[in-house]
Design a protein around this ligand. Structure first.
Ligand SMILES: Cc1cc2nc3c(=O)[nH]c(=O)nc-3n(C[C@H](O)[C@H](O)[C@H](O)COP(=O)(O)OP(=O)(O)OC[C@H]3O[C@@H](n4cnc5c(N)ncnc54)[C@H](O)[C@@H]3O)c2cc1C
Length: 411
């Protein structure tokens, strides 16, 4: 019998949970800040976090300088090894074609991968989630996002806007692997168009804006998201954002599968490259990069200059809109626009719950604020604690220097 095998003792676990049991003190895992839960995953024990300070009051050091860590303020972040989900010889595949904007999985892509695993659980057997990507990859967390197999098509013909070449690749996969389901994010980025094109090519009817997928029927959002329509579940699913929870409790193999050489595709479309547009003409709900102002901004000329230089779409909190610094359609939040930007920079915004609701789907939030304890700083992936106007001025200088350097290097 190997010592590595985790053996559970349900009675001891029950006593450890039951504070009135006479053996409770002896059984509880005293002091263990992390315990292994019944599913084998490491769980935090909130009762064991913190330490008793000199005046006898329990303290929690949120900067990770806990007494157990020897008082070091830079205690190394612990990496938790999630259980590995392996599919050695798949009985069937569920194909996912993510948008992979900028070479990285979007939040919507991760929801779709979560949905793919729900379908595997419902169908049973050894199903593998096959993710098909085109062009360059910058993503490094395919394994933690639920990718069992990864097939990459690279080459000039797949770069940029190339639906014809991409559909030829998907058709080839359909012929060789016959996936049980085809899943696409129902998004303007690429998923909707590719999904519809594949459906037309395979002469199958896709479900759009699907979000509760059952074995027999699926709920699809209709009428601009204001009602739900029940439809029979189809093999091609174009999924709405938040259709399922992303994978966060397992690791996957993300094994590379060889993509066939398809050669040049005869196409009627040619990509003439991107066209520069005024970022402020992009609808706030579709903007990828938003520079948003709050009550902490006082130099408005500076703010507009910064947005222009960075190529960002402008947004604002309700307070600045109410104060007349911005038009109503620029308001972000529960009573304004819900945004889905990949990068959302919040300058001088406190992070009231109504504002945070509106940025719930943004990938990366950057906060610039003088208050380290404000809710926007807690929500942000990166925070700059300083005066907003000064940070924007410095940022503009850095951008100008960087662009100058690029011009000199190119010359
Ligand atoms: C029904 C209802 C609906 C609402 N809907 C919305 C909505 O859709 N959108 C929305 O935004 N709000 C909404 N609100 C309002 C919301 O509750 C907040 O009042 C609002 O979001 C606060 O805006 P703010 O963060 O810009 O201002 P404040 O709360 O005043 O925060 C200003 C922030 O700027 C920081 N700051 C100050 N000076 C500087 C400086 N020099 N440099 C950097 N930072 C600085 C401060 O530390 C503070 O964090 C709603 C409220 C209600 C009741």
């Amino acid at each position: 019998m190997s010592d590595d095998i985790i053996r559970r003792d349900p009675r001891a676990e029950w006593i450890a949970r039951n504070r009135l049991h006479p053996l409770h003190d002896a059984m509880k895992q005293a002091g263990a800040a992390e315990v292994r839960g019944p599913s084998g995953l490491i769980r935090r024990n909130p009762h064991a976090v913190g330490f008793i300070g000199p005046n006898g009051i329990k303290r929690i050091d949120r900067l990770n300088g806990n007494s157990q860590a020897g008082g070091s303020r830079r205690a190394a972040a612990k990496t938790v090894d999630l259980p590995l989900h392996r599919v050695e010889t798949p009985d069937y595949y569920i194909a996912v074609v993510p948008d992979l904007i900028g070479g990285r999985l979007t939040a919507h892509d991760k929801d779709v991968l979560g949905q793919a695993h729900q379908l595997v659980s419902a169908a049973g057997g050894a199903g593998a989630v096959l993710t098909i990507v085109f062009g360059d990859i910058r993503e490094d967390s395919f394994d933690k996002s639920g990718v069992d197999r990864l097939m990459q098509f690279s080459g000039e013909q797949f770069e940029g806007y190339a639906p014809e070449a991409r559909i030829a690749a998907l058709e080839h996969i359909e012929k060789s692997l016959a996936p049980k389901f085809w899943l696409f994010p129902d998004s303007v980025a690429a998923g909707f168009e590719l999904g519809c094109r594949l459906a037309a090519r395979l002469d199958e009817r896709p479900l759009t804006q699907a979000w509760q997928v059952g074995p027999e029927t699926t709920l699809c959002r209709g009428a601009g998201g204001s009602s739900d329509i029940t439809r029979p579940t189809q093999r091609l699913l174009l999924l709405a954002p938040e259709c399922a929870n992303p994978i966060d409790e397992t690791r996957h193999e993300a094994l590379a599968m060889e993509a066939v050489e398809l050669g040049a595709t005869e196409g009627k479309l040619s990509d003439l490259g991107q066209v520069a547009v005024d970022p402020n003409s992009v609808a706030l709900g579709e903007a990828e990069f938003i520079l948003s102002a709050g009550n902490g901004v006082s130099n408005w000329d500076n703010f507009h200059r910064a947005a222009e230089l960075l190529g960002a779409t402008e947004g604002g909190s309700r307070v600045v809109v109410d104060d007349g610094h911005m038009p109503r359609f620029r308001q972000v939040g529960a009573s304004g626009t819900w945004v889905t930007a990949r990068v959302y920079v919040a300058v001088g915004i406190s992070g009231a719950v109504q504002h945070l609701q509106g940025i719930g789907q943004c990938d990366k939030v950057v906060a610039v604020n003088t208050d380290i304890g404000c809710d926007m700083v807690k929500r942000a992936a990166l925070s700059v604690i300083d005066d907003g106007d000064e940070v924007l001025t410095e940022l503009m200088k850095l951008v100008q220097e960087y662009r100058q350097l690029e011009v000199t290097d190119a010359a």
